[in-house]
Design a protein around this ligand. Structure first.
Ligand code: DP6
Length: 346
């Protein structure tokens, strides 16, 4: 007999960054974070799992290739927690097939490049946990499952919810209060849109895990960020989302991206995730907001050079007029702007 289940989990992009662990084993963060989960039909992981008594080992295929990662600590942490929950169900209802004792075959596919700073691990672990929970018919809530996904990859806990999501850092040593909760559904702010400017498809050179460990160990600025900057911003950003205050949301998002990258630069040796094109995009966004005398765009960068822009749907034309002009070098585009504005790019 064989049992199967499939789910998709979208990518989430943090607007208030998770950067730093207080417990590496359990993936417990040094600060709370907030993100926006993209819609299901954009960037996502699609994961199918099968359990059968005939399988001789747990196996995992990622984008068509078998991976050794099924035996890594993080994946095993997720699998064993899920198996424990299934075992409890089997204990309560002895007629249930003993899926907890069978090996799993897991097949996962991303519709975007892996490890290009596009949060593939987040969607991947969220889909893995959700698919197995579905296969096992677990009754746990999404927040309960988020504590399991967190152990795969911290940011994964946020991909189990749609819309605007907070990962509450929690205080307990066992991680039982470090979980994701939904701040607001996307329906409550339906004109919010995200665009990804792919600056490079190359694999990032310092993984998030390694990078944040170094920052925690060596950056003084990081201590200030965690103690005094993020706690206030966490409350303010939730407020801006609930009030649909784009200007405030945008300001906090841009400042937090800059603050996170500043702690990377303050690490020793320093970590550089943004390149010259990334910096050009930052300048461009500020120029656009100044030009329209209104905040119409916010940028944010994760552990890589690619930009994610947040904007309201009604401003899409206004925003991309600039983006296309600058990056496609449409002839004569510079005639539209004053010398002062153009000088900011030199
Ligand atoms: C910059 O969740 O990939 O994207 O927990 O070690 O797997 P691990 O790290 P990961 O880090 C994400 C870092 C970030 C910010 C964010 O998504 O909040």
């Amino acid at each position: 007999s064989i049992h199967v289940a499939s789910v998709t989990a979208p990518v989430n992009i943090a607007t208030l960054k998770y950067w730093g662990k207080r417990d590496k084993q359990l993936n417990l963060p040094t600060n709370s974070s907030i993100s926006v989960t993209l819609s299901q039909d954009d960037l996502r992981a699609l994961t199918s799992v099968a359990a059968s008594p005939t399988f001789t080992a747990d196996r995992l295929w990622l984008n068509g290739k078998e991976e050794a990662t099924v035996s890594n600590e993080r994946t095993q942490a997720c699998l064993s927690e899920l198996r424990k929950l299934r075992q409890e169900l089997e204990g309560k209802d002895t007629k249930l097939p003993k899926l907890s004792q069978w090996n799993l075959h897991i097949v996962s596919e991303n519709n975007f490049p892996t490890a290009a700073g596009l949060a593939s691990s987040a969607a991947g672990f969220a889909a893995l946990v959700a698919a197995i929970a579905k296969l096992y018919k677990l009754e746990q809530s999404m927040s309960d499952l988020s504590r399991i996904a967190r152990q795969g990859s911290g940011s994964a806990c946020r991909s189990l919810f749609g819309g605007f999501v907070a990962w509450e850092m929690g205080e307990k040593q066992d991680g039982s209060d470090s979980q994701a909760v939904q701040v607001s559904t996307l329906d409550q702010w339906p004109n919010m849109k995200a665009a990804i400017l792919v600056v490079s498809q190359a694999k990032k050179d310092t993984s998030s895990t390694t990078g944040m460990q170094l920052t925690v160990k060596t950056s003084d600025l990081f201590k200030e960020r965690v103690a005094h900057v993020v706690p206030k911003r966490f409350i303010e950003m939730k407020g801006a989302i609930n009030a649909k205050d784009f200007e405030k949301f945008a300001e906090l998002t841009m400042k937090d991206s800059n603050s996170f990258h500043a702690t990377c630069l303050d690490s020793f040796p320093p970590i550089f995730y943004m390149n010259d094109t990334s910096k050009k995009i930052i300048k461009l966004c500020h120029l656009i907001n100044e030009f329209y005398k209104e905040t119409i765009v916010a940028y944010t960068f994760d552990a890589g050079p690619n930009a994610v822009l947040y904007y309201l749907e009604e401003n899409e034309g206004k925003l991309f007029a600039f983006v296309y002009h600058l990056f496609n070098k449409v002839e004569g585009w510079e005639k539209k702007y004053s010398q002062d504005q153009l000088n900011q790019f030199s």
